[in-house]
Design a protein. Sequence first.
Length: 187
Amino acid sequence: MKIAIILGSTRPGRFGAQVADWVMEQVAGRDDAEYVLVDLAEYDLDLLNEPTVPGAANRQYDNPKTRRWSETIDQYDGFVFVTPEYNHGVPAALKNAFDVLYPEWLHKGVALVSYGADGGVRAVEHWRTILANVQMHVTRGQVSFSTMLETEQDGAVFAPAERRAKELGNVLKQLTRLTEATSSLRP
């Protein structure tokens, strides 16, 4: 089983890189799946520029950037979205990356790791409704970091609470079980 940990912010100096690196540290040594960091910033996706709606494109995209993204996402069985909350919602770059594809996401498991002033919980709630549209299966658990309370050096350095490692472990256990259980539903 292959799980992509998607770093969902492309903003220069993004705090999410520290969160995604922490997640990668936590998955080191786990034997329930192969975990790979996928940095959205490395794909430089254009904003919804495919002439065919992704649900009807059948993975046949015109834009080489979209094709590369499609090939990347298609190879994974499940995902961990490391998502910020921007203005009480989901980040535009990750939403666009999600919207330019369709069948690549179908019936795959996803866990949500969020961060923001209030832990990114509003972005998580938005993601839950968005992901349901492509029949993704979202874990019940989530990990939500407060950028006000779980940082040091005036907010520049990520300093997660001690309990977070156990919380993430529980979420990953849910994700791998869910991803395995839904594998027969995938096209």
